[in-house]
Design a protein around this ligand. Structure first.
Ligand code: SAM
Length: 245
C-alpha cells in the first residue's frame, strides 16, 4: 500500500535537511514538488535523481485524483514545498486530507519551519501561541483578521514578504497599540537577525531602514487584565456618552 511522506526542506541553510529526509527522498518513487525547478536544485545538490511532478496552489485540485491513484498503485510519494514544512502556508493540506480519507498512511518528517524557530528565538512567551500565517491582502478581510488578532491573548505568529513588512508593522502598531514584537529575518542564513522592541519603535525603525529577506513577525498577545480594562473603558465611555446625551 502506498504511503505519502511529508518532507520538510531547509528554509535557507542546506545543512538543515535531515538524514531521514534524504533517505525518504532517495527511496521515494515520485517527489511531489511545489516548484519542480526549485526542488530539482535541492535534489541535484544532494546528488539525487528523482521523478518529480508538480503539486502547487493552482493544480492541487486537478492533481488529487492522480496522486490518490499513485498511492493506490503502491507508490511511495514524498511531498515537498519550496522551503520548510509543507502544509504550513504552503500547499499540502488538501492532499494530506485526501490521503487520510482514502485510508493511506501519511508520515510527516520533522524539520525546518520558520514559525517555530522564530517563536523560540523571539523572547516572547512560548507556552501557548497562535499561528496566523499571511495576513489577507483585501482590506475588508485584513481588517477582520486584525480584529481577531487584537483579542488573542497568546503570542501570535505572522508570515510576511519583505516588501510588505514595513506597511504590515505600521498597520499592527496602529491597530494593536503598545505591544512587544519581534521580527525574525533571514533565519538559518548568514544575516539572520531578530529585531525586538515595542510595536511602534520596531515599525518606525523598519520603515526608516528597509529590510531585505524573508521575515516572521511575532507579537505579544493582549494581556488579559488589559482586555478587561479595554472592555471597562469601552463600557465607561459608552456610559459617559449616554450621560452626555
Ligand atoms: N512552509 C514554510 C515554513 O514551514 O516555514 C513557510 C512557507 S511561506 C510561503 C514563506 C514565508 O515563511 C516567508 O514569507 C516568511 O514569512 C517565512 N520564512 C520562510 N523562510 C524564512 C527565513 N529563512 N527567515 C524568516 N522567515 C522565513
Amino acid at each position: 500500500k502506498g504511503t505519502l511522506y511529508v518532507v520538510p526542506t531547509p528554509i535557507g541553510n542546506l545543512e538543515d535537511i535531515t538524514f531521514r529526509a534524504l533517505k525518504v527522498l532517495e527511496q521515494s518513487d515520485i517527489v511531489l514538488a511545489e516548484d519542480t525547478r526549485n526542488t530539482g536544485k535541492l535534489l541535484h545538490h544532494f546528488e539525487l535523481k528523482k521523478k518529480m511532478i508538480s503539486y502547487h496552489e493552482h493544480n492541487k485540485m486537478a492533481r488529487e485524483e492522480q496522486i490518490i491513484e499513485m498511492l493506490h498503485n503502491g507508490s511511495m510519494l514524498a511531498l515537498v514545498s519550496d522551503a520548510g514544512m509543507p502544509g504550513i502556508s504552503d500547499p499540502g493540506y488538501e492532499i494530506i486530507r485526501a490521503a487520510i480519507d482514502a485510508d493511506y498512511s501519511v508520515v510527516v518528517l520533522p524539520g525546518a519551519s520558520a514559525a517555530l524557530s522564530a517563536l523560540v528565538g523571539s523572547g516572547l512567551p512560548t507556552d501557548q501561541f497562535y499561528f496566523y500565517g499571511f495576513l489577507p491582502r483585501k482590506k475588508k478581510d485584513r481588517d477582520q483578521a486584525l480584529q481577531l488578532l487584537q483579542s488573542i491573548d497568546t503570542t501570535f505568529i505572522l508570515y510576511e514578504s519583505p516588501h510588505r513588512i514595513g506597511d504590515t508593522l505600521q498597520l499592527l502598531a496602529d491597530s494593536l497599540g503598545d505591544r512587544r514584537v519581534a521580527v525574525a529575518r533571514e533565519l538559518t542564513k548568514k544575516f539572520e537577525e531578530f529585531i525586538r522592541g515595542n510595536l511602534a519603535d520596531v515599525s518606525n525603525w523598519v520603515n526608516e531602514n528597509p529590510i531585505k529577506g524573508e521575515c516572521v513577525i511575532l507579537v505579544e498577545g493582549i494581556k488579559l487584565e488589559e482586555e478587561a480594562n479595554w472592555w471597562t473603558d469601552l463600557t465607561l465611555s459608552q456610559h459617559v456618552e449616554q450621560l452626555i446625551e
